[in-house]
Design a protein around this ligand. Structure first.
Ligand code: SAM
Length: 277
């Protein structure tokens, strides 16, 4: 069996008791970087043999790991921090296990994206995880431009080297007034979570070198539904109920008053739903 085990993104206390039990009990741990995971596992009293599996040797190592699994051994896959496969190696191994009918079991725990979303104060009902934006500014601007009308909360990972230039490109792509959150050094000593406009966050990062240090998750509020020419799921639900009792115009007007969304997209949506004018 292959266990996909989440490890802490900072605070070691976040390693679950089940993760510890699995790491102690398996025959081998495939880690992203043994220099990183070795000391952590030693401190935790885990003496299981370790193999390094970084991006460059992932495919070579794959066959050896699959053979062990086919012989009935139990393996654990970990990354340097957080959940494997989430902007981290492991996907080819997990996919190949499924292809060969080998069992894969998740041992859940921290992931910086979900950790940030849970404390960000931005809508969390719909979100789009984008991982790391491209390194180059023009590719980044193109991506942010494409995502400009997306109504779900957007989640990005970013490094200290690019946090300032990436935020500047977000201001360009989403507009300076778009609410966003800079979640830095989560679960660590210097954790900061700032909810402000993108313009304000950029100023903050430019003015204070400490705010450019460490690891970052940037969350950007989705475009307002009406601005995107769309109707939110909640407005859609209310509209549907009101249309059972009221003519289109009245149902759209009331839904707009209840939700604060623009009347016209609601009216158009109501017409498409085939309400009586
Ligand atoms: N697999 C990991 C996960 O589940 O979160 C992510 C690995 S990715 C290579 C590393 C990136 O995750 C960092 O550059 C940063 O953007 C984000 N990250 C990891 N730990 C973090 C933390 N403690 N605070 C903020 N962001 C973090």
């Amino acid at each position: 069996m292959l266990y996909v085990v989440a490890t802490p993104i900072g605070n070691r206390g976040d390693l679950s008791p089940r993760a510890l039990e699995v790491l102690r009990g398996v025959d081998l741990i495939a880690a992203e970087d043994t220099r990183h995971s070795g000391p952590l596992l030693r401190d935790l009293g885990v003496r299981t043999p370790l193999r390094s599996m970084h991006e460059h040797n992932e495919r070579q190592l794959l066959e050896g790991l699959l053979q062990r699994l086919e012989q009935g051994q139990d393996l654990a896959l970990i990354s340097d921090a957080g959940t494997p496969l989430i902007s981290d190696p492991g996907f080819p191994l997990v996919r190949e296990c499924h292809r060969r009918g080998l069992r894969v079991a998740p041992v859940p725990g921290p992931s910086a994206a979900i950790c940030a979303l849970s404390a960000a104060g931005l809508p969390s009902d719909r979100f789009l995880f984008q991982g790391f934006p491209p390194r180059g500014s023009s590719a980044r601007r193109e991506l942010f431009g494409r995502l400009q009308g997306e109504t779900a909360t957007l989640i990005f990972y970013e490094s200290s080297h690019r946090i300032e230039s990436s935020l500047a490109d977000m201001v360009h792509g989403f507009g300076g007034q778009r609410p966003a959150v800079l979640a830095r050094e989560l679960t660590k000593r210097h954790e900061t979570i700032r909810l402000a406009t993108l313009e304000r966050l950029l100023q903050l990062v430019r003015a204070d070198a400490d705010q450019r240090r460490g690891e970052f998750v940037v969350l950007v509020a989705g475009a307002p539904a009406a601005a995107a020419g769309e109707v939110s799921p909640e407005a859609e639900r209310i509209l549907e109920i009101l249309l059972q009792e009221l003519p289109v115009k009245q149902a759209a007007a009331l839904t707009a008053r209840i939700t604060g969304e623009k009347k016209n997209p609601l009216y158009q949506r109501a017409l498409r739903k085939g309400g009586d004018e």
